[in-house]
Design a binder for this molecule. Structure first.
Ligand SMILES: O=C(CO)[C@H](O)[C@H](O)COP(=O)(O)O
Ligand SMILES: [Fe+2]
Length: 226
């Protein structure tokens, strides 16, 4: 099976006053999913948006809502995000594993009819997701410390991408943080096919259509060698 590139603009870098306009513009430029960063000012030191805003946005776009929950208690938000129109929910294994509820949250998301993914922060070994991978739609490997856009890509995270890719050739692997035209080849060569990018796509005086194409070309070039 060959995996297709999935490009996910991070709305964290959009103009929050014009979320619908910016979301639809990215879809017109060739984006596949809309990446929505949910931060609770507890799991990460930043506060962004929650289900009510996602619900409002849903009225104005048909895009796939790829919700990245950087929150301490993801299990309390699943129903609200489902009702808001979320298509996939990614939660951090660091928020659930120590409480023994990772399996429960995966099941909760699947039963709500959404795609489900687990995410690992830079210091978390990728092996921690192995027991769950067969049930997941994708795995997110953070390539920055979660909390803020515009940080530098952590190239050493590519070891994790390679390890996961060699064990799971058919898995969608997402990377998030610092992806831009100068770092995409490291990610796609290592085996990532789902790319989140905020600043690289929303920066002024850039052509997001060109950048999205460049990301896809890079993945299509490297994926036959995975
Ligand atoms: O999850 C995130 C931060 O925690 C964001 O999705 C990510 O940082 C995207 O922004 P950029 O491409 O500017 O790094
Ligand atoms: Fe994210």
């Amino acid at each position: 099976m060959s995996l297709k590139p999935i490009i996910c603009p991070s709305l964290l870098s959009s103009d929050f006053a014009f979320l619908a306009r910016d979301s639809n513009y990215m879809l017109e430029c060739g984006a596949d999913w809309l990446h929505i960063d949910v931060m609770d000012n507890h799991f990460v030191p930043n506060l962004t948006l929650g289900a009510p805003i996602v619900k409002s946005l849903r009225k104005h776009t048909k895009g796939h809502f790829d919700c990245h929950l950087m929150v301490t208690n993801p299990e309390t938000m699943i129903e609200d995000f489902k009702n808001a129109g979320a298509n996939s929910i990614t939660f951090h294994i660091e928020a659930t594993e120590s409480r023994g509820i990772t399996q429960k949250v995966i099941t909760q998301i699947k039963e709500a009819g959404m795609m489900v993914a687990l995410c690992v922060k830079p210091k978390t070994p990728i092996e921690e997701v192995f027991p769950y991978v067969d049930q997941l739609d994708f795995v997110l490997i953070m390539t920055v410390e979660p909390g803020f856009g515009g940080q530098s890509f952590m190239k050493d995270m590519m070891t994790k991408v390679k390890t996961l890719r060699s064990k799971y050739p058919n898995l969608n692997i997402q990377v998030d943080g610092g992806l831009d035209p100068s770092t995409i080849d490291f990610a796609s060569e290592a085996g990532a096919n789902v790319i989140v990018a905020g600043s690289a796509l929303f920066k002024p005086n850039q052509d997001p259509k060109e950048t999205i194409k460049l990301f896809k070309d890079s993945i299509n070039k490297h994926s036959p060698n995975w």
